[in-house]
Design a protein around this ligand. Structure first.
Ligand code: BGC
Length: 754
């Protein structure tokens, strides 16, 4: 199909975007789709170069084409790495761990290749190297960027001292898809929260100087819109409007670039028909052009080769010819750049400038890492086990990350003087499952097994008799253990039922079509309820689950996610009130899978749900709204948030500011944390705006009876939005401000932009 462009839309728009960006806007706005247009080499786009660095330029001048193409190659195993090194064609290695092995590879690169350019060593250090922290989704629940930064700082120190230079984190894919297993790896459904967490992680990993022996180069992934996978099936198609791409999926990446992220990884999905690995609009124009990203872009695992399966490329040469001009600098695992680069140059399908730009960016990051000065790692300094300080931080972050969903009675916290506690459920003695996806050296098992819930409870209440019955497995239909589990519950003062998912049930390639508690675990909870004894449910899982039965029938529910190496201790800290829960949901919990996608920051329809009117937007067979909403989370104390005050009634469209303050008071009898959340609504705009969008949050700790004023500063960045040409707009009109402790907060005031 051909696209008819109106005459006045062929020139670049005022903000300097390329013509191709305009085309993307038109396509997304409903024009005919032609993947070729978005994938085409970026001839008209602004050329953004890595800053001139004389060391890079001097080295580049000495390099042959084969050596340059070699720098673009990343290999994921030792044998293949050695073969590539023998040809002098390797830029980096990933997923190889152990300082001795890494030094041996480095020695070949430094001493036996013509120019001695050091290798960069990467690894998926996602939520811990030897010290596993809670999964990133849990860290999102903390609503505390310092929690994410603590993980990143400790991970960086452990990994860099063990020879790793580069982590494939943070993952910042905003998603509405609890079926998608990779929801575990990000911060949930909100772009603002994800941006804050992403920036904190980048700073935590990188510090101010990635040549430091305690720091890593971070990698913002997966660029972009991977979380939009249709049906929540991993790697699946993403069809997204340009306004949603910019308002929803891109903000965390923009924040990561602003925080100085060293590298970015492209995503496996298509974006409106064009795979990210061949998508010059997102990679070249937006990331490198508009955001001014000067590090390098790495493909995902065989992502360039997969352009053939996608149907963008007919063969490997085509794939390389699409990916390099689109702005993907380094090829992970597949070898199309080294295999076909020379041929493509001769055929003028790629340019020497494009090759040089990619090499320049990779060398620049290697220089920034200090690899030319310090290519090797001191083997004596390798970190093989968590330190006591790292363990303590992991426990603290896990405590901050748990969300008390329900506390009827209240049955929690338990008294430490309790006589007996029964632990029931297949995850009560789980170890590595508490780490969740991507744990321990990127190999699936950390060197130190996590503390089990049973052991955590024993340590927290040393005087109590603690018994355990498994009841059932996580999966399968065997209920033969229910009787013993009921007996165990009957014999104790209180029962903690620990159910959920194994680590392998979330993460990459771990989509589930049904997100109920797997197997017969819900029946196990029913069997414990039938004993008539008091109990609480602790959930271990990597995604929101559909748990209406628990919401109705369990007296208390603690969402512990996959809490990491100190999981059992952190859970016990909360059960016994040593830590007062303060986490909030970073994702909506649907009532049923048929409600997906369900997210708090949705647009209004012309017929918003009204239980008394059939012809409104709802399901006949489900109540409206989620089971547990974004921002929800309880505490053992109570808080009030009042005194909403705005510094003015008008914000100028040009650089205006409004400060918003509230008073938060701990009105209960224990100290605790509250997350004060600020949401905005723009009720009338040229692109319909979400019913609410988070634009501020602060987690505050307050002693019993204490109060604090919390202040937020809003600017035009908070009230504006991207339109369907990908252009940021600040429009005149009324803005509603809501502040409270959840996304349905009712305390409200307004101001006017104009
Ligand atoms: C994943 C990435 C990861 C890479 C390297 C891919 O399959 O999508 O997130 O960083 O593998 O291990």
């Amino acid at each position: 199909m051909t696209i008819q462009l109106p005459e006045n839309q062929t020139a670049g728009p005022a903000d300097g975007l390329s013509r191709r960006s305009m085309l993307a806007g038109l396509l997304a706005a409903g024009g005919a789709a032609s993947s070729g247009l978005l994938a085409a080499p970026a001839s008209a786009a602004p050329a953004v170069r890595a800053p001139h660095d004389h060391r890079v330029e001097a080295l580049l001048k000495k390099m042959t084409l084969a050596e340059k193409l070699g720098q673009l190659q990343l290999i994921g195993n030792e044998d293949d790495a050695r073969k590539a090194l023998a040809k002098g064609q390797l830029g980096g290695v990933f997923s190889v761990v152990g300082t001795a092995k890494l030094n041996a590879l480095q020695k070949i690169a430094v001493e036996q290749t013509r120019l001695g350019i050091p290798l960069i060593f990467g690894l998926d250090v996602i939520h811990g190297y030897t010290t596993n922290f809670p999964i990133p989704l849990a860290q999102g629940s903390s609503f505390d960027p310092t929690a994410a930064a603590d993980d990143a700082t400790i991970s960086a120190k452990e990994a860099r001292r063990s020879g790793i230079h580069w982590t494939y984190a943070p993952m910042m894919d905003v998603t509405h898809e609890p079926r998608w297993g990779r929801i575990a790896e990000g911060s949930g459904e909100d772009p603002y929260l994800a941006s804050k967490m992403a920036a904190a992680k980048v700073v935590g990993y990188q510090g101010g100087d990635i040549s430091s022996p305690d720091r890593l180069a971070a990698c913002a992934k997966h660029f972009v819109a991977y979380g939009g996978a249709e049906g929540g099936r991993d790697y699946n198609t993403v069809d997204v409007s340009l306004q949603r791409l910019h308002n929803h999926y891109l903000p965390p990446f923009k924040a990561a670039v602003e925080a100085g992220v060293a590298t970015v990884m492209t995503s496996f999905n298509t974006i409106s028909g064009v795979p990210a690995h061949g998508n010059g609009y997102v990679v070249h124009d937006i990331l490198k052009g508009r955001y001014g990203f000067d590090g390098f872009v790495v493909s995902d695992y065989t992502g360039i080769q997969e352009l053939i399966n996608h149907g963008l490329a007919g063969d490997g040469a085509d794939a390389a010819a699409a990916a390099l001009p689109a702005g993907v600098d380094m090829e992970m695992v597949s070898t199309n750049y080294v295999d076909f680069g020379q041929q493509l140059l001769a055929q003028h399908r790629i340019t020497r400038e494009q090759v040089d730009d990619a090499v320049r960016r990779i060398l620049l990051v290697k220089f920034r890492l200090g690899l030319f000065e310090h290519p090797y790692t001191d083997e004596a300094g390798e970190v093989k086990a968590p330190s006591a300080a790292a363990m303590a931080k992991s426990r603290e972050v896990a405590g901050k990350s748990m969300v008390l969903l329900k506390n009827g009675g209240p049955v929690l916290p338990l008294a430490k003087s309790i006589g007996s506690v029964a632990v029931v459920g297949p995850l009560g003695t789980a170890t590595y499952d508490l780490n969740g996806t991507w744990s321990g050296l990127g190999t699936g098992a950390s060197t130190t097994p996590p503390v089990t819930v049973v052991d955590g409870i024993k340590a927290a209440a040393p005087g109590a008799k603690v018994t355990y019955a498994k009841g059932c497995e996580v999966e399968g239909d065997d209920t033969s253990g229910f009787g013993a589990a009921q007996d165990t519950a009957r014999g104790a003062d209180f029962t903690v039922v620990v159910v959920g998912e194994t680590a392998a049930m979330s993460g990459e390639a771990a989509a589930r079509s049904n997100i109920d508690l797997p197997g017969v675990q819900q029946q196990l909870v029913a069997a414990i309820k039938a004993t008539g004894k008091p109990f609480a449910v602790v959930l271990i899982n990597g995604r929101p689950l559909t748990i209406p039965y628990l919401a109705e029938n369990a007296p208390a529910i603690l969402e512990a996610w996959a809490p990491g190496v100190q999981g059992g201790n952190a859970i016990a800290d909360i059960l016994f009130g040593t830590v007062n829960p303060g986490g909030k949901l970073p994702v909506s919990f649907p009532r049923a899978v048929g409600q997906i996608p369900i997210y708090y920051n949705h647009e209004n329809t012309g017929r918003p749900a009204d239980p008394n009117n059939k012809y409104t937007s709802k399901y006949l067979d489900l109540a409206t709204g989620p089971l547990y909403e974004f921002g929800h989370g309880l505490s053992y104390t109570t808080f009030t948030i009042d005194g909403l005050t705005l510094s003015g009634t008008r914000m100028s469209t040009h650089g205006g500011k409004i400060t918003v303050s509230v008073q938060v008071t701990n009105t209960g009898k224990r100290s605790g944390d509250e997350v004060v959340q600020l949401y905005l609504r723009d009720p009338v705009a040229s692109i319909v705006q979400p019913v609410r969008k988070l634009r501020g949050f602060q987690r505050v700790s307050l002693g019993a009876g204490a109060a604090k004023t919390v202040t937020f500063t809003l600017t035009t960045e908070d009230v504006g939005f991207y339109d369907n040409a990908g252009k940021f707009r600040v429009e005149k009109g009324k803005i509603e401000v809501y502040v409270g402790n959840t996304s349905s907060a009712e305390l409200m005031d307004t101001f006017t932009v104009g």
